[in-house]
Design a protein around this ligand. Sequence first.
Ligand code: HEC
Length: 149
Amino acid sequence: MAVWRAMWALAAAGAALGAPAQTKPEAVIHYRQSVMTLIGWNFGPLATMVKGKAAFDAREFARRAERLEALAPQILEGFAPGSDKGAETDAKPEIWSDFDGFKARLDDFAEEARKLVETTHAGDEAQIKEQFRKLAASCKACHDKYKDD
Ligand code: HEC
């Protein structure tokens, strides 16, 4: 939790000091869409396994779960103040008008990703799949509220 606050303070301080070239709203928007693309890229094969459309591969599952966990703390800086517009985006204005609510969804996601990695270490397939569904629900909870279709 403290980490989020510190990162946010840094992002806010950066904005107050005047945004350097790489933090133009357009760049921030592209950054967050790229992180989400990476998340989707790693999430997809896991969903396929959980649905039983591909054989369950414990090592592959663990590898991609670890990537999701590592990507979680990289999301917040993609929503820096002033990045509500500047490029085509599906991010809703509610993200910035209800930033605490948005961060709560983000914390939930990070927590579910962390737990998913934990279950892959324990190695129980049913438990891994159940935790994956909780992670998927945390994506949906944020998208439903803060992302346009
Ligand atoms: C805390 C909120 C939040 C969480 C959690 C979240 N997303 Fe997103 N996601 C967004 C928002 C907001 C956008 C729209 C970004 C934009 O267009 O600027 C987005 C966009 C996307 C995109 C489209 C990227 C593009 O090409 O523009 C994909 C794919 C995606 N998310 C997948 C996922 C998956 C899979 C998960 C869970 C494993 C997830 N997201 C969790 C908020 C979230």
